[in-house]
Design a protein around this ligand. Structure first.
Ligand code: Q9C
Ligand code: ZN
Length: 570
């Protein structure tokens, strides 16, 4: 519906595993794991992450990495995880320019590249309107066959090449890469040097070729070659210039935006380093979070020349056209983190950008000051060098871009305030350093004292320990003896029990025997008595029988005598 714009689907990719890439010995390094943590925490704390589609990382495929890197380079990075020895990795790293490696480097590098591919694919498919891949290690310095400048794989180049060469079905035929990292994107430049499908734009400190990566690759006369001639644009800041919002916006207004209108890309990658941010320890520039949000907004909004026409009619119409363009899956933007070494600046700048992606920020594009004169010179030189390829650059510059000057009082004031703040910080640091040093000295004497005490105590404890050990042996031998005693007594007790049982058995047996004997005796007495009676009776009977016998004998004798007598008589 007109006016009522659909809610933008903004992808946010964060994966903790990319924190595993770190210095091998835990030494401090500006390209540290906390960079992406700080961004992620800021986006969560402010509730912005909750309004986005949050994605986890995924590892790049070798064949996709090989779209822009040599096989050898891919294999080298892959082998880092299997070469378990730190010394081996340190040796490899020492041969490279500004590279450290540890056991987590390989996985993180694969994740960083794969994650940009993942977000780019989703944006190209229309599943997301735009997205921000919060990745590390960064990528834009990595060349086809070489890691350098804290970069292992060229994450953005891999993703751009993937869309163009592997996914023609998604209809992405022209890609713009905007690189606002404070360093020149040398790797990206080389990878698409002859490729007219990819317009590479980089604005960076050049300092006459003395700023990293040194040399003249980043100069404005490097415009590409062959079919790619005119499709490489460098905006090199001059020596010692502390560029800020106004300088960057002037470059946007007079170079990047007109060229983008002409090129009319299907998708835009943003190599979003935040080391040109105010407060960055290496960049020395002055871009504010607001400046970044304006730069991003301008890039988002410029997908069609229609906008220019609408602007001609009315600002309201412009707003309407913008919302419509956003609505119809235009403004396909894929942001990928590159450098940026002040955690606070990086987090705040990222926050401002995500607010723009979510369309939750009003942008007025008004600045307090004008660009540096040197900025205007650079802009004119770039326009002159490239106007043959991009006719809109041949137009006369508006007067305010040609006559910048005016005192840079606010910028200078900011600088002064910043330097005063730093001086104060340094002073307070020095003061606390002195206190700390005193404390250190005191602590050192204390340490010496404690060491003496420690030695004394060690002796004392050693003697005590010896004594205790002796006591222990004694106690244990006593214990052993006691145990033997106990065993003996237990044995005795057992034997006594057995004997008791034996005796009890014997007693029972004896009792039984006695009882038997008693009863036998009783039986005997009874039978003896009866016997005696019988004997007596028998004796009596015998006596009777005997007397009877005698009588009989007498009778017999008598009888015997009778016949004789009778005979005699007869
Ligand atoms: N003397 C990115 O911002 N500086 N890389 C090395 C050697 C390297 C920066 C200084 C700076 C690399 C992604
Ligand atoms: Zn950088």
């Amino acid at each position: 519906m007109a006016g009522e714009s659909r809610k933008r689907k903004v992808g946010l990719l964060y994966d903790e595993r990319m924190c595993k890439h770190d210095t091998p010995d835990g030494d401090d390094h500006p390209e540290c794991p906390n960079r992406i943590k700080a961004i992620w925490e800021m986006l969560q704390r402010t509730g912005l992450a909750q309004r986005c589609v949050v994605l986890g990382g995924s590892k790049a495929e070798d064949k996709h990495l090989q779209l822009v890197h040599t096989k050898e380079h891919v294999n080298l990075v892959k082998s880092l995880s299997t070469k378990k020895k730190d010394s081996r990795r340190n040796k490899i790293a020492s041969k490279l320019d500004s590279i450290y490696l540890n056991g987590g480097s390989s996985e993180a590098a694969y994740l960083a590249a794969g994650s940009v591919v993942e977000v780019a694919e989703k944006v190209a498919e229309g599943e997301l309107d735009c997205g921000f891949a919060i990745v590390r290690p960064p990528g834009h310095h990595a060349e086809a066959d070489e890691a350098m400048g804290f970069c292992l794989f060229n994450n953005v180049a891999v993703a751009a090449s993937y869309l163009l060469n592997q996914r023609p079905d998604l209809g992405v035929k022209k890609i713009l890469i905007v690189d606002w990292d404070v360093h020149h994107g040398n790797g990206t430049q080389k990878m698409f040097w002859k490729d007219p499908r990819v317009l590479v734009f980089s604005v960076h400190r050049h300092d006459g070729g003395s700023f990293y990566p040194t040399g003249d690759d980043g100069d404005y006369d490097k415009v590409g070659e062959g079919a790619g001639e005119g499709f490489n644009i460098n905006v090199p800041w001059e020596q010692g210039r502390r560029c800020g919002d106004e300088d960057y916006i002037a470059v946007w207004d007079h170079i990047l935006i007109p060229v983008t209108k002409e090129f009319n890309p299907d998708l835009i990658f943003l190599s979003a380093g935040f080391d040109a941010a105010i407060g960055d320890p290496r960049g020395g520039c002055f871009v504010t979070p607001y400046g970044y949000s304006v730069m991003l907004k301008k890039v988002c909004v410029v997908f069609s020349v229609l906008i220019g026409l609408a602007w001609f009619f009315s600002p309201e119409l412009l707003q309407y056209v913008i919302s419509q363009l956003m609505e119809f899956a235009q403004g396909k933007i894929v942001m990928a983190l590159e450098g940026g070494y002040n955690l606070g600046s990086v987090a705040k700048s990222s926050l401002a950008c995500v607010q723009v992606l979510l369309e939750e920020k009003q942008i007025q594009d008004s600045f307090e000051e004008y660009p540096y004169e040197s900025t205007c010179r650079v802009i004119e030189a770039v326009r002159k060098r490239l106007c043959a390829y991009w006719p809109s650059l041949a137009d006369e510059l508006p007067w305010e871009a040609k006559t910048p000057s005016s005192p840079r009082c606010i910028r200078e004031a900011k600088l002064t305030i910043l330097s005063i703040r730093y001086k104060k910080q340094a002073e307070s640091l020095r003061a606390s350093l002195e206190v700390a040093l005193e404390e250190k000295a005191a602590l050192q004497t204390k340490v010496v004292e404690l060491q003496g005490e420690k030695l004394r105590l060690q002796d004392k404890y050693a003697a005590e320990a010896k004594e205790a050990a002796e006591q222990l042996t004694q106690v244990s031998s006593e214990l052993r003896e006691a145990k033997i005693d106990l065993d003996f007594q237990r044995e005795l007790f057992k034997k006594a029990g057995e004997e008791k049982k034996l005796l009890e058995g014997r007693v029972l047996k004896l009792e039984a025997e006695l009882q038997q004997e008693a009863s036998d005796k009783l039986r005997l007495r009874i039978s003896r008595d009866r016997y005696a009676a019988e004997v007596k009776e028998a004796a009596e009977h015998l006596a009777k029988v005997r007397s009877e016998l005698r009588d009989v004998q007498i009778d017999l004798n008598l009888h015997r005598k009778l016949p004789k007598k009778a005979k005699k008589v007869m």
